[in-house]
Design a protein around this ligand. Structure first.
Ligand code: URP
Ligand code: ZN
Ligand code: ZN
Length: 467
């Protein structure tokens, strides 16, 4: 099967030109002007932008968490991702404390194998680093193609590890060519503040936010960066939200250190005023539960910091931390904010929101857009150039995008398995029209043409702090 995309404006992280793309099977074969080829299928992309498929390196599908499971499974989640122009996701396996990493991998494979529509990989979250776990690290990197190890400095009593375990893990991961991802917030401080607010009867979603002030993130980011510097292990801070945390990374650059930083689309465009959304009489309501995630939404000044951080090259990735829960599930915490499952849905919205709020509003360039949404995730996580760009020899993961089409986001029309949208009624400029995954038309005319099982597990290469 061959396919010709004619006359699109191709945008990569470092180029912007009009040409044809000839695809043979799963791979881009040739790119050039007026290509003299016969193809089985031709797509006219005149007037459209042509991006590499988006890569969202931070999603939680069908994940057991806080007494329930995230509501998108591997089929619904990767399909919704494709509708939004994201052709590959990296999901998180969680080790159970007391069990091995391989046991967790088997459990996650049981839910994901044969069920993905789009391509995927895993990070493995190490929640219990001990002598046995240590022996598994090399195997994950060299045999399984899973080269990134997630750590939680928060969720005390559940997923959190201490600094002793962190240092041990970093030394092992560094030795074998992997990378540490971190949820960098101070779990002890947060645990104290949650208990304090509960004891005072402060139980609404607003107190989720007030239990995780900026200092909890700034402190942990600095500690993580210091440990990464000491061990020499490459580090990647997930879902960084605020000025204080980014400044910890910025300060470390003065001693020539490089730490990768991911923010998420919600931290760029939403702010903490949403936690007070329905406070008519000074009494906090439950509406804010839609945005109960960790870390919480921050202030406007933090949004400015993050946009600037992207343009300064300090923030390399915009992900989602997609972790959806139905409203009924959110209501588990109706009487106590600490029981609201943490997370929000965005896997389908990231590429369009970042375009509409970032490119259209002149906050980032088109090249930067591709860099943070497609190319850097592929580079940092060991998949470049197979994924993350448009060039001969690479996977034909391609998004054809109308930069002018207006539309409105709504739970009524999205494809995520969740019954609300954190962006209900948002007016957007720019729409994903056609998506190709490894040479196959995945999305066209508002329909998904691929079945579950098409999505492939992508083995990743060793990584370093240099991309
Ligand atoms: O609220 C969030 N972020 N839920 C998912 C788990 C995590 O911390 O990434
Ligand atoms: Zn997290
Ligand atoms: Zn997450």
């Amino acid at each position: 099967m061959s396919l010709l995309i004619k006359n699109g404006r191709i945008i990569t992280a470092d180029a912007d030109y009009v040409a044809d793309i000839f695809i043979d099977g799963e791979i881009i074969h040739t790119i050039g002007k007026n290509l003299p080829v016969n193809a089985d299928e031709i797509i006219d992309a005149t007037g459209k932008l042509v991006f590499p498929g988006g890569i969202d390196p931070h999603v939680h599908l069908d994940m057991p968490f806080m007494g329930t499971f995230s509501s998108d499974n591997y089929e619904t989640g990767t399909r919704a991702a494709l509708f939004g122009g994201t052709t590959m996701v990296i999901d998180f396996i969680l080790q159970k404390q007391g069990n091995s990493l391989h046991a967790a991998l088997d459990e996650w494979r049981g839910r994901s194998d044969g069920n993905c529509v789009g391509d995927y990989s895993f990070h493995i979250a190490v929640t219990d680093f001990n002598d046995n776990t240590k022996k598994e690290i090399k195997d994950f990197i060299e045999k399984e193609g899973i080269t990134s190890f997630k750590t939680f400095m928060a969720y005390k009593g559940a997923l959190m590890i201490d600094d002793r375990q962190m240092i041990g893990l970093m030394e092992e991961v560094k030795q074998h060519g992997g990378l540490i991802n971190v949820h960098a917030t101070n779990g002890d401080m947060i645990d104290y503040l949650i208990a304090k607010h509960r004891a005072e009867g402060k139980l609404s979603p607003l107190y989720h936010y007030l239990s995780q002030p900026e200092v909890t993130e700034a402190e942990a980011a600095e500690r993580f960066v210091d440990m990464s510097n000491y061990t020499g292990c490459p580090g990647y801070i997930v879902h960084l939200t605020c000025e204080g945390a980014l400044n910890a990374v910025r300060n470390a650059t003065k001693r020539n250190q490089k730490t990768f930083v991911e923010t998420c689309i919600q931290y760029l465009i939403l702010d903490a005023s949403l936690y007070e959304k329905d406070l008519p009489t000074g009494q906090a309501g439950f509406e804010g539960a839609k945005w109960v995630m960790s870390p919480p939404l921050r202030q406007k000044k933090d949004q400015e910091t993050l946009w600037a951080g992207i343009n300064q090259g300090l923030v390399q990735v915009v992900a989602t931390d997609h972790c959806p829960f139905m409203w009924e599930q959110k209501k588990m915490g109706e009487k106590d904010f600490s029981k609201i499952p943490n997370g929000h849905p965005a896997i389908e919205n990231r590429m369009e929101l970042l375009f509409s709020e970032g490119v259209v509003k002149n906050r980032i360039t088109l090249n930067k857009y591709v860099e943070v949404a497609c190319t850097n995730p592929a580079k940092i996580f060991g998949m470049f150039p197979r994924k993350g760009t448009i060039a001969p020899g690479t996977d034909a993961d391609i998004v054809i995008f109308d930069p002018h089409e207006k539309h409105v986001l709504s739970a009524k029309t999205h494809h995520m398995n969740v019954d609300y949208s954190g962006y209900e009624g948002w007016e957007m400029t720019g729409k994903v029209k056609t998506v190709l995954l490894r040479g196959q038309v995945a999305i066209n005319d508002g329909k998904c043409l691929l079945q579950k099982g098409y999505g492939k597990f992508i083995r990743r290469n060793k990584v370093s702090a240099i991309v």
